[in-house]
Design a protein around this ligand. Structure first.
Ligand code: 13P
Ligand code: SF4
Length: 349
């Protein structure tokens, strides 16, 4: 029963004390989030893990790429655990190292590759973070994508951005670029489905990836909300399509969305374009404001949803028994280069 699970988790956490640090991404279910020692967006959680060297075990309630980033950034003695190994990210899976290497090689045949800077969104495998580290690029998050792209375009002429085309496009627009400066790279097609002239002309080559949760939000949702709540506020995550971000009042990462709701005047009605667990939690935790999903029919992120109380109880109980289950490890070479890419991002921002 839920009560038994709570007892089980509570007892295991108490036994482990400071040796365990439980991190909860904002999209996690409440039954998991209540046990998190820290909540945050994907980037903040990895940084927090680094600041807890006394914790031998980092239990990351989030998705696979986040646990990998925590493993890259934490000390060698720290072990990172993902309560369900099936908690991946469909967007991160849209770019793999073989496809990106192939894209890079075919691009090298048509443009001066020394002038191309690869940038990967945090939502990507450790192998891709290492790829950008090794090829002079950096990682970015939804908070700092614009600053990282500005850095990249100060040192090169062109960026190959993966995996999320929407974050790339929204950041490009925020920098003053237009659709003419951007091309979408389709990894299933030769030369990304582009002509040589396209590759030469484009400043931003945007990988054809997307988040299936955020891509569901449409301009019609913004219009319907505004018709019903003329004074309402619309806040969208930059993984939403350009047409939605253009109509939103504010655009930002999950941490940014939380701050935007805190800053909204009491009595406001705010429609949020992001995962439903965060939206519902914000509505419950902010009784003087009404927080709604921009899409009334929105689905949760199915992979974030995989982490539940039984999985959390199981990994914690195993740690109490001295067994580390579902450990996420990144090999030393990948770690070295991925760290370079993450540290470049930190230096830029
Ligand atoms: P944040 O970096 O804003 O936490 O976003 C992570 C994510 O997966 C959004 O879909
Ligand atoms: Fe990946 Fe989208 Fe889920 Fe975030 S919400 S973890 S980008 S699938």
């Amino acid at each position: 029963t839920p009560e038994h699970l709570d007892e089980w988790i509570g007892a295991a956490k108490a036994t482990l004390g400071d040796r365990v640090f439980v991190l909860g991404h904002h999209y996690q279910r409440d039954e998991v989030m209540r046990w998190a020692d820290a909540r945050g967006d994907s980037f903040r959680l990895s940084v927090l893990a680094q600041e807890r060297p006394e914790a031998d075990y980092i239990v990351f309630c989030g998705v696979h790429f986040m646990a990998e980033s925590a493993d890259i950034l934490t000390a060698d003695h720290q072990q990172v655990v993902l309560p369900d190994l099936n908690a991946g990210c469909s967007m991160a899976d849209m770019a793999d190292i073989d496809e990106v290497t192939e894209a890079w090689e075919s691009l090298a045949d048509v443009v001066d590759i020394e002038r191309v800077v690869p940038i990967t969104y945090m939502n990507s495998s450790a192998a891709l973070k290492a790829f950008v580290g090794e090829h002079g690029g950096a990682v970015c998050t939804s908070t700092n994508a614009k600053a990282v792209l500005e850095w990249a375009l100060a040192k090169g002429d062109k960026v190959l951005f993966f995996p999320d085309q929407h974050l790339g496009r929204n950041s490009g627009y925020a920098m003053g670029y237009t659709e003419d400066d951007m091309r979408v790279w389709n990894p299933r097609l030769e030369l990304g489905g582009l002509t040589e002239a396209d590759c030469k002309d484009a400043t931003l080559l945007l990988w054809k990836g997307h988040c299936s949760v955020h891509q569901r939000f449409r301009p019609e949702h913004v219009e319907a909300f505004r018709a019903e709540h003329p004074d309402g506020i619309v806040v969208a995550h930059p993984e939403c399509a350009r047409e939605v971000c253009e109509l939103a009042d504010q655009v930002g990462s999950t941490d940014y969305i939380i701050r935007a709701i805190e800053a909204a005047p009491p009595g406001s009605t705010i429609a949020v374009g992001t995962e439903i667990h965060l939206v519902n939690r914000l509505n419950e935790e902010t009784p003087d404001k009404t927080v709604l999903s921009l899409d009334p029919l929105v689905c949760p992120c199915s992979t974030m949803f995989r982490i539940d109380a039984p999985h959390l109880a199981w990994v914690l109980e195993s740690l109490v028994e001295g067994r580390v289950v579902n450990q996420i490890t990144v090999d030393p070479e990948t770690t070295t280069w991925a760290k370079v890419a993450l540290e470049r991002m930190l230096a830029i921002t």
